[in-house]
Design a protein around this ligand. Structure first.
Ligand SMILES: NC(=O)c1ccc[n+]([C@@H]2O[C@H](COP(=O)([O-])OP(=O)(O)OC[C@H]3O[C@@H](n4cnc5c(N)ncnc54)[C@H](O)[C@@H]3O)[C@@H](O)[C@H]2O)c1
Length: 260
């Protein structure tokens, strides 16, 4: 066997959300596997195959894709990582449902829904048999957030409001909904041999506080958090011909977190 075989040789892949924490590492890993990658992100500095693009804006998506269409007539993969993530620092002291601004939550729900549909609908003509779409959910596409992870009060009611937060309900709505959209699109595109899957990563290890990391690890059967390498290889598998009869799947990449 050729040891230098690259599993994404000759693949043309559009990555949205390419400038984010997972995006930059993914783009590099896809290129290392032989793919030509077209990068879309709100925060991209335009360059070779790099587009500054708000994927919720159909006109901007059309503009970026028209340039991509001038370079290839066969897009073999799409990965959508674009998101507005509630980080641990951004959660604030929302310890009751009434603390949330539900209309603001619509921004991120709309990004996931309209951003995904803008990409796949505008690229539909360039997708063909063996093309693969990968959407990115979360372990929280499969289970409820365990709100105890976000609690720093050690059970003290006085400290609860000051030190704790709830993961917002919009995150569950959006991430569970993404699996419904994955299944919908997999049946829509199935007859053309185009596959649509969703990966559901557990939290990727970053600069979490020691306590927060410990609480996450305790809830993970494999006893560690995800790395970008874990996610990149799963996405590569779904984009490659090695998964050519896999569609409509929500693939947990979470060390067993969603089993408990
Ligand atoms: N990082 C993790 O630990 C983790 C864990 C589970 C799931 N996920 C999921 O993985 C995906 C990517 O996560 P990340 O950590 O890389 O997020 P991130 O916030 O670092 O990156 C998101 C990227 O999307 C871009 N973006 C936002 N709105 C956009 C728009 N309208 N148009 C185009 N681009 C836009 C941002 O500029 C940013 O570069 C998200 O769906 C997230 O929920 C991440």
């Amino acid at each position: 066997m050729d040891r230098k075989l690259k599993i994404l040789n000759k693949k043309h892949i559009v990555v949205a959300g390419s400038k984010g924490m997972l995006g930059e590492s993914l783009v590099q890993s896809l290129e290392n596997q032989g793919a030509t990658v077209y990068q879309l992100d709100l925060n991209n500095k335009p360059g070779e195959n790099k587009f500054e693009c708000d994927i919720t804006d159909k006109a901007q998506v059309k503009q970026a894709l028209s340039e991509i269409k001038s370079k290839t007539d066969n897009v073999t993969g799409i990965v959508n990582l674009a998101a507005i993530n509630p980080t641990i620092d951004s959660l604030g002291n929302n310890t009751r449902l009434s603390d949330f601004n539900f209309s603001k939550d619509l921004e991120s729900i709309s990004l996931t829904y309209s951003g995904t549909l803008n990409l796949v609908s505008e690229l539909e003509d360039l997708l063909s048999e063996y093309s693969s779409v990968v959407l990115v959910g979360s372990d929280l596409s499969l289970i409820s957030p365990d709100q105890r992870i976000y609690c720093n009060c050690n059970g003290s009611p006085e400290m609860h409001k000051a030190q704790c937060s709830l993961k917002p309900p919009s995150y569950s709505f959006e991430k569970f909904g993404l699996i419904g959209l994955t299944k919908y699109l997999s049946t829509y595109f199935g007859p053309k041999g185009i596959r649509v899957n969703c990966i559901c990563p557990g939290p990727v290890d970053t600069d979490f506080s020691e306590n927060f990391r410990r609480r996450l690890v305790e809830r993970t059967p494999m006893g560690r958090l995800a790395t970008t390498k874990d996610l990149n290889s799963s996405i590569q598998f779904l984009l490659s011909d090695m998964s050519d009869f896999v569609t409509g799947v929500a693939l947990p990449v979470d060390g067993g977190r969603s089993v408990w």
